[in-house]
Structure formats: C-alpha cells, structure tokens
Design a protein around this ligand. Structure first.
Ligand code: KG4
Ligand code: ZN
Length: 359
C-alpha cells in the first residue's frame, strides 16, 4: 500500500489529505477562507497567504490524525507548486519541503490542474469505478477552462482553452454584477433555479472550428443590461445620491429592480451550452471512452446533467466537495507520479503560471 500526504494552498483553501493507492481517501481536511475574502468580493492575495501560514500546521496535523497514521507510514509528500497565487503556493511548498526533509520522505511537486482531473479517481462510495483511456477532461475552475485529451496517466494534449475569462471567473464577475455573494458560481446556480433560462438571449461565443472558449462578451452583455437598469433607476432618482458607474456591484436600489433570477438562469444556460457542446464534439472527434468534468464549476448541477444528457459517452464527475480545491486530488496525482518514479528536488519552486501541456 502506498500512502501519500497531499498539501494544497494555491488559492484560498488551506488543505491537507492522505490518500491510499491514489484512490482511497483516508483523510481530507479543507480550511476555507471564503468568509475572510467575501468582504472584498474576491480573493485578496496577501490575506490568503497570511491565513495559509496560520492554518497550514493545524490542517496537516488534523489530516494525519484523521488518517490514523504515523509519519513513517507515509511514502511521500505531494504538494501543489502551481498554477496559483505565488504567496499562497509558497506556504504549501515550503511546508512540504520542511516536512519531507525532516521526515526523510520524497517530495513530489504537483500541477493543480492535474489535481482537478484526478479528483475523478477518488473513490466516494466504497466501490472503485473503472476508468479507461483515452479520456476527455473538461477542466472548469476559477482560473482555468480547458479541454484536455488524456491518453495515459500523466499524458495530456490541450485541445482548447479560454481566450479571456475562465468559466468560474465569469460566474464570479456576473455574480458581483447581480449583487450576489462571493463566490458567484454557487450563488448563481441557486438563484437561477427560480429563473427562466430563455428569458434573455445572451451571446454564445462558438469560435467555430476550434475548441477554444470566450466568456468576456457574455459578461459584457450582462454588464450592459445592468447599466441600462442603473440609468433607468437613477433617472427615476430612486438612488440619486449614489450617482456612480458599476465598479464592483450595482447600488442596492438597482439590484432590487433587476430580474436577477432570469438573468442568472440565462447566463448559466449560455455558459453551459457552449461548454457541453464543445466537450461533446471533442469527445466524438477523438473517440474517447469517457468524459470527465473537473474543477469548481463541475459542481454545477446543470453542467453535470446537460453533459450526461447530450453525450452518448459515460460522464464522470467528482462530488461537489472534491470539485472545488482540496488536497485529496493532489495526493491522488502524487500516487501516480510516485509510482512512475517522479521525485522533486529540494530546489522545487512555485510556478504561478504553470501549464499542464507545452502549447
Ligand atoms: O476549482 P476551484 O475551487 O478553484 C480554482 O482552482 O479556481 O473553483 C472555484 C470556482 C469559482 O469561480 C466558483 O464560482 C466556481 O468554481 N463554482 C461554481 C460552482 N461551485 C463553484 N460555478 C458554477 N456552479 C457551481 N455550483
Ligand atoms: Zn482549483
């Protein structure tokens, strides 16, 4: 049996987990900083790294305690070294180095995006599911939107990526425009349930002939819509004291009049329609055996449901808690890399724009 301690601090979750043989979760501890960052409407990098420093040790201790393991029962320590916020990544990487050196364990640097894909290997209800290659992975998170063809463990080809905003970033920005709490993804999903996705015809950037994505036009379309309301509301002098352009979030008087549920539902429908259609086409063209959803946006129920309905192939996605940032997924990649003989040196450094593929 191979047991890997995973450490993840690339953004605003301080996380540690122990995973056995790449698939069985022995412990999975996530300390979320969302409540700290909410007041800023997004992740505040300096606040994030300071908080990681405070929570990393207790989180790792808890992961070891819950796994009921001694340090000498571990085989290696795997840590995210990119992509992510440099100051946040540094905390995890330095902690992992110190622990690995002190306990005489191998150190393995892990790519965060690869981690999101491997969340699909983790066993959730005691019955390991079969995974056969080639696989098409749709990685949709706050920082990334990529279509990845995976032919073997550790073998990736990027078929497409976003030219501007990531899908999760678009959810977060539009959530702010609609006066919803951060992060926008879950908030939009919640209010969209009460809305009509056909209420507004929002743009879909098909970028035909490519597997690339673009969400900035869609975001701007929502912004224009909100601005029209802002003008209407201010000219009726409901909120004349707050005569300002929309910077972060519109004035409460504007939000009260906005058709938030219909806008959220139409926006969500537009993003998901493009994601699903492109993934379906790429899967067909490359004759994959399986489609995997990965990253925070993969927690979205409409995305899961639409992907399963519109593709004839099996569709796999992790449970919501394993879609968003966690360290079990990092430990899972760690196992497959450990098995393949990968080891990092003590000079492992953070790479905030680390890529999964060379292109
Ligand atoms: O993977 P993740 O935890 O962090 C990054 O690596 O970026 O993803 C966070 C992103 C946020 O943008 C959040 O709004 C989005 O995932 N997200 C969702 C949902 N849950 C989280 N987007 C749409 N629907 C959801 N249910
Ligand atoms: Zn992530």
């Amino acid at each position: 049996m191979t047991r890997i301690l995973g450490i993840e601090t690339s953004c605003d979750e301080t996380a540690a987990a122990v995973v056995e043989d790449g698939r069985k979760i022995l412990s999975n501890v996530v300390a979320s900083q969302i409540d700290l960052h909410r007041q800023y409407g997004g992740v505040f990098p300096e606040v994030a790294s300071r908080q990681h420093i405070l929570t990393i040790m207790p989180v790792i201790r808890q992961a070891m305690t819950e796994a009921e393991l001694d340090w000498d029962e571990l085989n290696a320590i795997a840590v995210t070294y990119g992509p992510g916020l440099p100051g946040s990544l540094l905390v995890g990487v330095n902690m992992a180095k110190g622990l690995a050196y002190g306990r005489g364990l191998p150190l393995i640097g892990i790519n965060h995006i690869e981690g999101h894909i491997y969340a699909n290997w983790l066993i959730v209800d005691d019955s390991p599911h079969e995974i056969s290659f080639p696989v098409l992975a749709l990685v949709v998170s706050g920082g990334h939107t990529e279509l990845i063809l995976m032919t073997e463990h550790g073998q990736y080809r990027r078929l497409g990526h976003t030219l501007d905003d990531a899908a999760g970033e678009a959810f977060d920005k539009v959530g702010r425009l609609l006066g919803l709490e951060f992060p926008g993804g879950p908030a939009i999903e919640r209010v969209a349930q009460k809305g009509n996705p056909l209420a507004f015809e929002l743009p879909r950037a098909w970028l035909k002939g490519t597997y690339n994505f673009s969400f900035s036009g869609l975001k701007t379309a929502v912004l224009r819509f909100v601005q029209k309301y802002e003008d209407r509301v201010s000219s009726a002098s409901v909120d004349s004291a707050r005569n300002r352009r929309i910077a972060v979030s519109p004035a409460p008087s504007v939000i009260r009049q906005l058709p938030v549920a219909n806008l959220a539902a139409s926006f969500q429908d537009s993003v998901i329609d493009v994601l699903v259609e492109k993934a379906r086409m790429a899967a067909e063209q490359h004759q994959v055996k399986l489609i995997m959803l990965a990253g925070g946006v993969a927690a979205n129920r409409l995305l899961r449901q639409q992907m399963a309905e519109r593709s004839a192939l099996p569709v796999l996605y992790p449970p919501p808690a394993l879609c968003t940032d966690n360290a079990a997924m990092i430990a899972s990649v760690g196992y497959f890399r450990y098995r393949a003989g990968h080891r990092s040196g003590w000079d492992l450094d953070v790479i905030s724009h680390l890529k999964l593929t060379d292109d």
